[in-house]
Ligand binder design. Structure first.
Ligand code: PEP
Length: 249
């Protein structure tokens, strides 16, 4: 059975002290949850977050990593560096990495393989732009993102992958996909997984929705049968809002 997950992507926010404060608030206020809870602080604050959350069930994720083992990649971070500080989860393919840093499906496929080779868990993000949605091309775009970045993998790899459908037009814009739009796309993703692999793989994979989820809309979005939780940006930066979203599941 697939798990319910709420993950917070803190992006380029929070100083060291703010990271420790937010992590401590979450640890204190979320002692037991039905959902898995994951937070992704910036690289420099991962160690502090791991330390602040070590006695809690909240897991710490990186927001990105490079596919190389090591070497001349100035400014980059490897899987081994993350594992060395007890970070075993990584977000890959976030739309901000794709749009601001030119990460393509092919490039992401290499990162996915590298993370899997190190037994890391991946939250893999994808989703269409507004023009794709307006032109009715959103299903094709999502299918091609999955195909190009993930469909070279064996079915067994998906035990370590969480999918995060994040329509780009809904990220940080305050505009959310309606619960029906989210359900429609999540069902399509599951059908696409079943067609490529099998029903078990499709039914067991957690598919998160991301894009302006807030305490006010989380419950309705999470109530949809193919929505297994959320990847939360802005609302993850405040402990009360994030906790309300976790409780909504
Ligand atoms: C995100 O960046 O993954 C995200 C969903 O952001 P927000 O919740 O702010 O739209």
């Amino acid at each position: 059975m697939r798990t319910k997950i709420v993950a917070g992507n803190w992006k380029m926010n929070k100083t060291l002290q703010e990271t420790e404060t937010l992590a401590a608030e979450l640890a204190a206020k979320l002692p037991d949850t039905e959902a898995e809870v994951i937070v992704a602080p910036t690289f420099v604050n991962l160690t502090a977050a791991v330390r602040s959350l070590e006695n809690s069930t909240i897991q710490v994720s990186a927001q990105n990593m490079h596919f190389a083992e090591n070497g001349a990649f100035t400014g980059e971070i490897s899987a081994d560096m993350l594992l060395d500080i007890n970070v075993e989860v990584v977000i890959l393919g976030h739309s901000e990495r794709r749009s601001h840093f030119g990460e393509t499906d092919d490039f992401l496929a290499k990162k996915v393989s590298a993370a899997l080779a190190k037994n890391m868990r991946i939250i893999f993000c994808f989703g269409e732009e507004l023009e794709d949605r307006k032109s009715g091309n959103h299903f094709n775009i999502v299918e091609s993102q999955l195909k190009n970045a993930l469909f070279n993998l064996d079915a067994s790899a998906f035990k370590s992958i969480v999918l995060a459908y994040e329509p780009v037009w809904a990220i940080g814009t305050g505009e959310t996909a309606s619960p029906e739009q989210a359900q429609e796309m999540h069902a399509f993703i599951r059908e696409t997984m079943a067609a490529k692999y099998d029903n078990t793989t499709a039914n067991n994979i957690s598919i998160l929705y991301g894009g302006s989820v807030k305490p006010a809309n989380a419950r309705e979005i999470f109530s949809k049968p193919d929505v297994d939780g959320g990847l939360i940006g802005g609302a993850a930066l405040n402990s009360d809002d994030f906790i309300a979203i976790v409780r909504a599941i």
